[in-house]
Design a protein around this ligand. Sequence first.
Ligand SMILES: [Zn+2]
Length: 343
Amino acid sequence: MTFIMKLAAAHILFCLGFASQLFAHGPGKDSDFAGKRVLYIGVDGCRADALSAAMDRGLAPQLKMLCESEHGLFTRKFYAGGEQGTPTHQPTISAPGWSSLLTGVWMDRHGVKDNRFIGGRYQSYSHFMRHVKEVQPKAFCASFADWPPIHDFIADGSRINGTEFLDVKFTRTPDAAHHFVDNPEKDIEVRDAALKTLRESNPDVMFVYFGQVDEFGHGAVDSRASFSPDSTLYLNAISHVDSHIGELLRAMRARQKFNDETWLVLITTDHGGRGNKHGGDSDEERKIWLAAHGASLPKEKLLNEETPQTALVPMIYQHLGIQPKAEWSPEPPPVEKPELPAK
Ligand SMILES: [Zn+2]
């Protein structure tokens, strides 16, 4: 390399460095929604009365603080399982539940009736982040989960011609052969990956899923635990996840541009449980909760009216100022042939 070439290279590096000082705030720096961002956290299998008990006993201080702050709310009028006696009625299990929470429609449209995901129609009723990306191709979308079907079926099944819409897709797989005993560790890995993205990138929408509360409810991690406000082990699992949520909230607030950003925080679960099971229509399984924070939320409505878990995705669109797809029209579109999930 000649001296002139070295000089030119140094000049380019200097310019890049200078430019990065001015503009670089990591990937996704071009805020596509005027600084409006979404942090959406999913806690699998967290029964509503158990979460209330945990908050009352000081075991979930982070959630309690968020809900009691200005623009915060906690409601137990949220529900899973669809409308009983109609084609939307779905079992209170993870695959239909997270499908509804991530697409904004019930089983009559997303097509997923059990954890095998057979009949999923995510090409038509997609993961909400696909729609965010369609509306704004520069949007930065990130998802973190230690239940692999969240990504392998719901996200990947929503891709058109294999086109990825997630800028970050972080998956951890608990050890099913050993009764998911390592699920609490996987939650830590999910938390740490999400923290890194919050600190180093600029996610417009972010989904973070924690699995250990459900595994404790099933008695998988510890056979003495169950889905109950009286199970200390179950409440302890909620407490662990609460501390992870606290770290995510602190990282969000510590962002350099936090004062110029408008974050909507949504935290919920897919279903409750009874004993070591769930899937039925009891209040303990169907009645869930929403913890949220954001000035754009219809707070009075959420506190006073029964709200389906399908209402969450439209709240995200409302916050970002994007139009929902025709999927929310009162008239369902024509029935299509079921398609197998892409995997
Ligand atoms: Zn679940």
